[in-house]
Design a protein around this ligand. Structure first.
Ligand SMILES: NC(=O)c1ccc[n+]([C@@H]2O[C@H](COP(=O)([O-])OP(=O)(O)OC[C@H]3O[C@@H](n4cnc5c(N)ncnc54)[C@H](OP(=O)(O)O)[C@@H]3O)[C@@H](O)[C@H]2O)c1
Length: 260
């Protein structure tokens, strides 16, 4: 199936490894031109070299911390210099785990900036550029816990629930501009991040993800691969998903048990 992505320009944030890297790779494989971002320059350049070598095309990079206004501005400046984008993938790391009320206002503000305000800032920056190109698509990467919360995930749950609400609102406000926005909620995905959580020292386990316990809740009985998130994100970003906006989709091996 041709996803009609050849020549489209895509910005993928948090793309030096894990889910973001897999999305960048799938978009590049479908012929999109890509700009990837992350905080650390060395792994970002390594990721870009790997994708350039694989697909024989230049992969652009920009360093920026999406938790900060100047980080978002830096990424958006690179997008403008590039001439705008058709696709934005909002993705990064996540706030720390722990009992929700143990976090002070500073931690809550940081979580809000990282998970929710970054999506506002990036969307605010790219929407006029997408509009000038006749439309576009935004895909947000959140987590299964945003729709089926777990203890210790409060910072993420509260702020990503906000992203889901924001995306629904934007789907209505941006549809007349031919811009779609959808949100994915991955379950357990085999990435460096999950590996770190799985290896948590005993002292950290009370506020860490118990991967084996979460695995028991997955009907398919396995973790997902980053490529299994990437293929859905790429489809949603493509013109083939032209009638899908405002949707929240779990990609979790059946982990989400809700009827709604
Ligand atoms: N893996 C899972 O099981 C799973 C499940 C559900 C949801 N998710 C969510 O999916 C997203 C991606 O997860 P992942 O497992 O792929 O993580 P990962 O392996 O840790 O990769 C995260 C990527 O984002 C970049 N990044 C992190 N913080 C950033 C920031 N503040 N600004 C800009 N870039 C940043 C990292 O590079 P730098 O460190 O250089 O910035 C890296 O490229 C996260 O939001 C995660 O919570 C993951």
């Amino acid at each position: 199936m041709d996803l009609r992505l050849k020549g489209k320009a895509a910005l993928i944030n948090g793309a030096s490894q894990g889910i973001g890297f897999a999305i960048a790779r799938t978009l590049a494989a479908e012929g999109a031109d890509i700009l990837i971002s992350a905080r650390k320059e060395e792994p970002l350049l390594k990721a870009a070299d790997q994708l350039s070598a694989e697909f024989g095309r230049k992969v652009r990079t920009v360093v920026g911390d999406i938790r900060m206004l100047d980080g978002c501005d830096n990424i958006l400046a690179a997008v403008r210099e590039w001439g705008g984008v058709d696709i934005l993938i909002n993705n990064d790391g996540a706030p720390p785990l722990g009992p929700a009320l143990d976090f002070d206002d500073l931690r809550w503000s940081r979580a809000f900036e990282q998970n929710l305000l970054s999506v506002v800032r990036m969307s605010r920056g790219v929407v006029p550029l997408m509009e000038a190109r006749g439309g576009g698509a935004i895909v947000n990467i959140t987590a299964g816990t945003a729709i089926q919360p777990l203890p210790n995930f409060g910072l993420s749950v509260a702020t990503w629930a906000g992203v889901i609400g924001l995306a629904k609102t934007l789907s209505m406000e941006l549809a007349p501009k031919n811009i779609r926005i959808n949100t994915l909620c991955p379950g357990l995905i085999e990435t460096p991040r999950l590996e770190r959580a799985d290896r948590a020292a005993p002292a950290e386990q009370a506020t860490s993800l118990d991967v084996q316990e979460v695995m028991k809740m997955i009907p398919m009985g396995r973790k997902g691969e980053p490529g299994e998130i990437a293929s859905i994100a790429t489809f949603l970003a493509s013109p083939l998903a032209s009638y899908i906006t405002g949707t929240t989709l779990a990609v979790d091996g059946g982990g989400n048990k809700s009827l709604l």
